[in-house]
Design a protein around this ligand. Structure first.
Ligand SMILES: CC(C)(COP(=O)(O)OP(=O)(O)OC[C@H]1O[C@@H](n2cnc3c(N)ncnc32)[C@H](O)[C@@H]1OP(=O)(O)O)[C@@H](O)C(=O)NCCC(=O)NCCS
Length: 213
């Protein structure tokens, strides 16, 4: 019998998925439900966007969600800062896709661009408790926050389980490896991994090495 050897090599595949008419109808109804359910309460809730069974939404009037956004089950979208009604504290751009159990906390400003992919269990925060009081513990002083805006630029890819801490800007098309903890800015087109996240390469290097294969 002929033995089939499977080599350990990279295979790039494009997955195209065409749902049945019933599934398309289900999808349409889900979008319609979300539009009617969420539009009146959010600062902005774009067309064709889906927010599936969130675990918690705090101050939706301070959150703006673009068009064609998909946020899967279990999200915690928490705008905890002072909202003046003029500009949202949390912005999620068009065509962004966010996997299960996303947690985002905005006390000042969290801006997520367009076409961003966020893996399961990602945590993004623009604030931290001020722990440096000699007399009061964080519990006793829990309302004093240190805040610094977070920006995730267009086309970034945030791997599963990553944590993005306050004050970080993640550049356009950058990649954050699974389970990274990002404490500093990541330049555009750059791939970072680890705790704390460190640069391993950039997109230019990746495409150069592809050319030499
Ligand atoms: C970061 C990532 C994109 C890099 O992929 P890649 O370009 O194929 O990288 P490589 O496999 O060539 O790894 C390069 C180096 O980084 C290390 N590395 C890769 N991913 C890592 C991670 N998440 N954490 C720590 N180190 C990592 C590798 O071990 C390797 O180290 P070495 O040079 O010492 O051997 C990928 O590993 C990753 O984490 N993807 C996220 C997957 C995910 O969350 N998917 C959900 C989709 S919604």
């Amino acid at each position: 019998m002929e033995e089939r050897l499977i080599k350990k090599e990279e295979i790039n595949m494009t997955i195209s998925y065409k749902g049945s008419s019933f599934q398309k109808l289900q999808h349409f109804l889900r979008k319609l439900y979300c539009y009617l359910r969420w539009r009146p309460v959010f600062f902005h809730f774009g067309r064709n966007s889906v927010l599936e069974k969130p675990r918690g939404v705090v101050k939706p009037a301070a959150i703006s969600i673009g068009d064609n956004v998909l946020i899967k089950d279990g999200a915690r979208l928490e705008a905890v800062g002072n909202f003046d009604g003029k500009a949202p504290l949390m912005i999620i751009g068009n065509d962004t896709m966010i996997q299960f159990d996303f947690h985002c906390g905005a006390a000042l400003a969290v801006t997520i661009g367009s076409n961003v992919v966020i893996g399961q269990g990602v945590w993004i925060t623009d604030h931290d408790h001020d722990y440096a009081y000699p007399i009061l513990s964080v519990r006793q002083n829990s309302k004093t926050l240190k805040c610094s805006p977070v920006v995730i630029e267009d086309g970034a890819y945030i791997g599963e389980g990553s944590v993005i801490l306050r004050g970080v800007r993640i550049g356009k098309r950058s990649v954050i490896g699974a389970n990274a903890v990002v404490t500093k800015d990541v330049p555009p087109f750059t791939i970072v991994v680890g705790v704390p996240a460190r640069v391993i390469k950039n997109i230019e290097q990746v495409s150069q090495s592809d050319k030499t294969k």
